[in-house]
Design a protein around this ligand. Structure first.
Ligand code: SF4
Ligand code: SF4
Length: 254
């Protein structure tokens, strides 16, 4: 047990040093006086095997769409690779754990490409409507589907205002160990929970940082985290804020 704790402490210290270094390289100036660090704010502590998810933590993302080039899909590609999903050629039903959505301001004509994934809502309608309890919210705010008890009714797909979930229509081969998928069950962004539990960044955030960094990941409940400081300095925009679902994902530049 003490070995596990020592290993965990060492890994966390190494990771913090790495993240501090990377954050310094990847600072993103969002607005005068507000600088985000694409990686520096993660500070995710690996959970020891058997350690419960803590309700003291709420994982979240802050995405600066002004720093997100239209021709970049590094986040989407990284998510595909990490979680083993791919287009099947049926555009209407293909999985999209994360996708770039084109938006245009009708007044100014300004166009943006917005990465949209599950918003990990605190008041999640997908959880409310699920008849089996397969759709659930972890204590740390990550919303997931238990594929063992999902019956594929798709109530959650209809309830989600962000179109963040899809049904697996085709047989699945070559699944990755951390992202089990199955025909006839529903899936969506897991915020890369297995990576977070191991003290790593979500795959999209890591890939985005390598391209310049438009995503900040971290603990919204930790007042010392970079993401909590950025949110406290200026409230982020939320997609469909009128629904008051308290999403864990916020945006700059919308
Ligand atoms: S974005 Fe959709 S799938 Fe994700 S938690 Fe909110 S309602 Fe559920
Ligand atoms: S499709 Fe699965 S996760 Fe969604 S509401 Fe039905 S049983 Fe729940």
């Amino acid at each position: 047990m003490s070995d596990a704790r020592d290993t965990r402490t060492t890994l966390a210290a190494d990771r913090r040093a790495l993240l501090r270094g990377a954050g310094g390289l990847l600072a993103v100036l969002l607005a005068p006086g507000v600088t985000l660090y694409a990686m520096g704010g993660a500070e995710a502590e690996a959970r020891a095997p058997g350690e419960a998810v803590s309700p003291k933590v709420r994982w979240g993302l802050l995405i600066d769409v002004n720093a997100c080039p239209a021709d970049c899909d590094a986040c989407v590609a990284a998510c595909r690779t990490e979680n083993g999903w791919a287009d099947t050629g049926h555009k209407a039903t293909d999985p999209h754990w994360i996708r770039k959505v084109s938006v245009r301001d009708p007044a100014s004509g300004a166009a943006r490409e917005v990465p949209v994934m599950c918003q990990h809502c605190a008041s999640a309608p997908c959880v409310d409507v699920c008849p089996t309890g397969a759709s659930f919210r972890r204590a740390d705010g990550i919303v997931l589907v238990d594929r063992h008890i999902c019956i594929g009714c798709r109530y959650c797909i209809m309830a989600c205002p962000y179109k963040a979930r899809t049904l697996v229509h085709e047989p699945v081969h070559d699944q990755t160990a951390d992202a089990p998928r199955g025909k006839g069950t529903v899936e969506g962004c897991t915020l890369c929970a297995p990576r977070i539990d191991a003290g790593r960044l979500p795959a999209c955030v890591e890939a985005c940082a390598a391209k310049g960094g438009a995503m900040l990941f971290g603990d919204l409940n930790d007042p010392n985290s970079a993401i909590a400081k950025a949110v406290a300095a200026r409230a982020p925009a939320r997609i469909r804020a009128d629904l008051r679902l308290d999403p864990g994902v916020g945006y700059r530049g919308l």
